[in-house]
Design a protein around this ligand. Structure first.
Ligand SMILES: O=C(O)C1=C[C@@H](OP(=O)(O)O)[C@@H](O)[C@H](O)C1
Ligand SMILES: C=C(OP(=O)(O)O)C(=O)O
Length: 427
C-alpha cells in the first residue's frame, strides 16, 4: 500500500509527459506491416505499449527499443509469421482489438490472451465485423472474450455501421480493410480519435474521411517512416487537474498532443473556468497537433458533459470526476456508458473510490452526478488494477485532509511509468 500525503503548497514546475499511448501502439503496428525501417521517437515505454512490441516480435518482426526510441524493420504484411506461442496483450484493449484487425487478414493461426481485466472486456465489437469480412475467429463465449483464436485469410471489404463510438473498433476494421480487396467503408456513431487515419497517411497510404465516414482501399503499399510521438494528453490531464485544484499551483506541460479528436479535456477545463493557456502550437511530421499547456489554480464551476464530447475525453472522465468534486455546483456526465467496459467499470470504480474519500458523487445508468465543492477526507483506496483510477486517486490525495493509502498503485505503469517521479518534481 502506498502512502500519499496531502500537498503542503502549490505545485510548481514543468513536466514533459511521456509519449501518447494510442499513437505509440499504432506506430509499432503500422511499422510492422510496412516495408522498410521505421524509427519511432518519444515512444511510450508503458506496459501496454511494451505488450504491443512483444506481440509483433512474436509475429517475426525485428523490433529494437532503446529507452523511448524504437526501430522496427518492416517486411510488409506478408512478412508477418505464424507465432509459435500465444500473443499476450496484457492489460491493453488497444493491442487486443487492433491486432485482431491485422491478424484477420493473415493466412495463419494465432491465439490471443490477456490479463484478468482483458478477459472481461467485450471483443465481439471487433470479432463480428472481422468475421463478416471473412476471418475465422473463435473464443470464449462465441468469440466475445479472450482467449481468442484467429485464422485469418482472404478478406472481403465491408460497409460497416458502427454500433458503438469506438476508435478501437474503427481501427480494427480499417486494418482489416487495408488487407481486403476493394473499399471498406465505416460509418461512425460519433467521431472518435483519428490517429489510425493519420498513421495510414504517414506511412504513405491514403484514407478518405468526412468526419462521419472513413473509407480505405485494400492492397495499398505502406512504407516505413520516421515517427515522433507527441506527449499523451490523457497523461497530461492528471497534472492539469492537479494544478487546478491545489491552491497556488502553476504547471507547464510542453509537447502535449492536441489532436482535436482527443482534446475534449481542454474544452471542459475552459468551460469549468480553469485558468489555462495553450501556446507554441505546431504539427508533428505525421500531422498530429501539439503544444504547451499552462495551467494555474482556479475556481471551478460544475458543467454538463455529454454527447459528441464524450469520445473526445473518454479516458479523462475519472479525473474530470475529481475536478467536479472541487467545482461549485453540479456536474453531470451523461452518454458515457462505454466507461463500463474499460480496464474496470469506470462508473462504479470512480464513484465507489471517491465516495471513500467523502465525495458527493452518485452513479447513473450512463455516467455520474457530482456535487461540489467539498473537502475530501482521507482513507484507504484502491486502483483495482486500473491505471487511470490509480492516477486519479493519487491526484485526489493532494487535496485530502490527511494521508491516503493507495492499493495496487503499480497499475499506473500501464500508461505512465514515471508518474510518481514527475509528480514529486512539482511538489
Ligand atoms: O484507439 C485507442 O487508442 C483508444 C480508444 C479508446 O477506446 P475505445 O475505442 O474502446 O473507445 C480509449 O478508451 C483507449 O484508451 C484507447
Ligand atoms: C481504456 C484504456 O486503454 P485500453 O482500451 O487500450 O486498455 C485507457 O488507457 O484508459
Amino acid at each position: 500500500m502506498l502512502k500519499l500525503s496531502p500537498a503542503e503548497k502549490g505545485l510548481k514546475g514543468t513536466i514533459e509527459v511521456p509519449g501518447d499511448k494510442s499513437i505509440s501502439h499504432r506506430s509499432v503496428m503500422f511499422a510492422s506491416v510496412a516495408e522498410g525501417r521505421t524509427t519511432v521517437e518519444n515512444f511510450l515505454p508503458g506496459a501496454d505499449c511494451l505488450s504491443t512490441i512483444a506481440c509483433f516480435q512474436k509475429l517475426g518482426v525485428t523490433i529494437e527499443r532503446h529507452g523511448n526510441r524504437v526501430v522496427v524493420e518492416g517486411k510488409g504484411w506478408n512478412g508477418l509469421e505464424e507465432p509459435k506461442t500465444v500473443l499476450d496483450t496484457g492489460n491493453s484493449g488497444t493491442t487486443t482489438r487492433l491486432m485482431l484487425g491485422i491478424l484477420a487478414g493473415r493466412p495463419f493461426h494465432s491465439v490471443i490472451i490477456g490479463d484478468d481485466s482483458i478477459a472481461r472486456r467485450p471483443m465481439n465489437r471487433v470479432t463480428k465485423p472481422l468475421r463478416d469480412m471473412g476471418a475465422h475467429i473463435d473464443g470464449r463465449e462465441n468469440g466475445n472474450f479472450t482467449p481468442l483464436s484467429v485464422r485469418g485469410g482472404a478478406l472481403r471489404p465491408i460497409d460497416y455501421r458502427m454500433p458503438v463510438a469506438s476508435a478501437q473498433v474503427k481501427s480494427a476494421v480499417l486494418l482489416a480493410g487495408l488487407q481486403a480487396e476493394g473499399i471498406t467503408r465505416i460509418h461512425e456513431l460519433q467521431p472518435t480519435r483519428d490517429h489510425t487515419e493519420r498513421m495510414i497517411r504517414a506511412f504513405g497510404g491514403s484514407v478518405e474521411t468526412d468526419g462521419k465516414t472513413v473509407a480505405v482501399r485494400g492492397g495499398q503499399a505502406l512504407n516505413g517512416t520516421d515517427i515522433f510521438v507527441p506527449g499523451d494528453i490523457s497523461s497530461a490531464a492528471f497534472f492539469m487537474a492537479a494544478a487546478c485544484i491545489v491552491p497556488g499551483s502553476e504547471i507547464i506541460l510542453p509537447n502535449v498532443g492536441l489532436n482535436p479528436t482527443r482534446a475534449g479535456i481542454i474544452e471542459v477545463l475552459e468551460k469549468m473556468g480553469a485558468s489555462l493557456e495553450v501556446i507554441d502550437r505546431s504539427d508533428t511530421k505525421q500531422g498530429e497537433q501539439k503544444g504547451t499547456v499552462k495551467v494555474r489554480f482556479s475556481a471551478l464551476k460544475g458543467v454538463e458533459i455529454s454527447g459528441a464530447l464524450i469520445p473526445r475525453l473518454i479516458d479523462e472522465i475519472p479525473i474530470i470526476a475529481l475536478l467536479a468534486t472541487q467545482a461549485e455546483g453540479t456536474t453531470v456526465i451523461k452518454d458515457a456508458q462505454e466507461l463500463k467496459v474499460k480496464e474496470t467499470n469506470r462508473i462504479d470504480t470512480v464513484v465507489e473510490e471517491l465516495k471513500k474519500l467523502g465525495a458527493k458523487i452518485e452513479a447513473t445508468e450512463d455516467g455520474m452526478v457530482i456535487e461540489g465543492p467539498n473537502r475530501l477526507l482521507c482513507g484507504a483506496v484502491d486502483s483495482r488494477g486500473d491505471h487511470r483510477i490509480g492516477m486519479m486517486l493519487s491526484v485526489a490525495s493532494l487535496i485530502c485532509r490527511d494521508a491516503v493509502y493507495l492499493e495496487n498503485a503499480e497499475a499506473i505503469n500501464v500508461s505512465y511509468p514515471g508518474f510518481f517521479g514527475d509528480l514529486k518534481s512539482v511538489l
